[in-house]
Design a protein around this ligand. Structure first.
Ligand code: SF4
Ligand code: SF4
Length: 349
């Protein structure tokens, strides 16, 4: 027991912090060499469905080769049971639109009842399918709404199949319902991916976000799908990425690296669970190319400390996997700017 607590202390307070800061490559190497030292992760990313109602041009969802599907509430509970009580944060979403799973609010409620901080990204077009009371009752901590335009024309250029007016209406309705219920949750974050066609609306989106009573505006650099060929990445960068350095993902292939390379945080700090319980390498592995096991069918700790997982961790750290080579997360080029519009964050971890 004492040993276990001591190991947890080393892992959680020391090793993980070192990994996060990218200060030491020795710690991840040690965790790969001695898997027993590797404490189970405190964060999960869970995909309630791989299906999406939109067709955003830079997203791999529309060409996904793996089978599409939805996770049931029962399976979601099994995932939380198997992952263990050390899980303190769950992101509900990977690829796909979470609101296309009718049980998503019950899933959130379940995770919240276990004291877990829950965050959910959504294109937020489909809120009309749910009762507002259900949304407020679920007590979601943070909702990240994709709204990459302050006008219908700009929004529709990227969020193909979306409905600008409906997203704005839904955000307003949710913020009003929060106010009526006297609750802070969910913290509403408007996420604006900065691209060539929408950069002129940055001031306008801030005004719109304030007008809707959102809590945060997140201006994010737009990531290019890491597994694309060099020529495809260049073509997409030319078409979609802004020229301005502060909004552009500068990648090695394009010979414009900004930021310093970091130790990949994904392979130690959190696990990504696909709708069928398969564990993939990280949130960039949408296709599930690098599966390490199935959390519903197998023991989670065994998967987490398995030779297969560790071999992939090693390859990720050495950037020998095609998926990792141009990864903005580990290149240190992923980022953006958050503007708090009101209130404080409740996130502790
Ligand atoms: S809404 Fe999200 S998952 Fe759906 S196509 Fe757009 S980026 Fe992909
Ligand atoms: S793509 Fe590779 S380097 Fe990037 S987050 Fe995933 S595992 Fe880490």
């Amino acid at each position: 027991m004492v040993l276990k607590r001591a190991l947890n202390y080393i892992n959680n307070k020391g090793a993980r912090a070192a990994v996060k800061r990218g200060l030491s490559k020795a710690v991840p190497k040690l965790l790969i060499e001695f898997p027993a030292l590797n404490a189970l992760p405190s964060e999960l990313m869970i995909e309630p469905t791989s299906v999406c109602n939109l067709r955003c041009p830079l997203c791999s969802n529309k060409s996904l080769k793996r089978k599409h599907g939805r996770m049931s509430l029962e399976k979601f509970k099994t995932v939380l049971d198997k992952a263990g009580p050390q899980v303190k944060k769950v992101v509900i979403g990977l690829t796909g639109e979470p609101l296309l799973n009718k049980e998503v609010w019950k899933m959130i409620k379940e995770a919240r009842s276990r004291g877990i901080f829950v965050e959910m990204p959504s294109n937020f077009v489909l809120l009309d399918n749910f009762e507002m009371k259900e949304v407020i009752d679920a007590d979601l901590n943070r909702l990240i709404v994709s709204l990459d335009g302050a006008s219908e024309k700009t929004y529709k250029k990227y969020r193909v199949g979306g409905d600008f007016k409906r997203v704005v209406k839904n955000v307003k309705a949710l913020c009003k319902a929060k106010e009526n219920a006297g609750t802070k949750n969910p913290e509403v974050v408007i996420q604006f991916l900065v691209m060539k066609h929408n950069k002129h609306e940055i001031k306008a989106i801030e005004k719109l976000a304030r007008g809707m009573h959102a809590d945060v505006l997140s201006l994010k650099n737009t990531m290019l799908w890491t597994s694309l060929t060099k020529s495809k990445r260049e073509e997409l960068a030319e078409k979609w990425l802004p020229e301005e350095e502060q909004y552009r993902i500068l990648d090695k292939e394009l010979k414009e690296v900004r930021g310093s390379p970091k130790v990949c945080p994904a392979v130690f700090d959190y696990c990504s669970v696909l709708w069928n319980g398969d564990l993939c390498l990280c949130c960039n592995d949408f296709e599930g190319e690098y599966l390490v096991g199935n959390i519903i069918k197998q023991d989670f700790a065994e998967i987490f400390r398995s030779k297969k997982y560790n071999a992939l961790r090693k390859a990720a750290l050495e950037k020998t996997l095609p998926l990792c080579r141009e990864c903005e997360i580990s290149n240190g080029t992923f980022g953006g700017k958050s503007i708090r519009l009101k209130g404080d964050s409740d996130e502790k971890n």
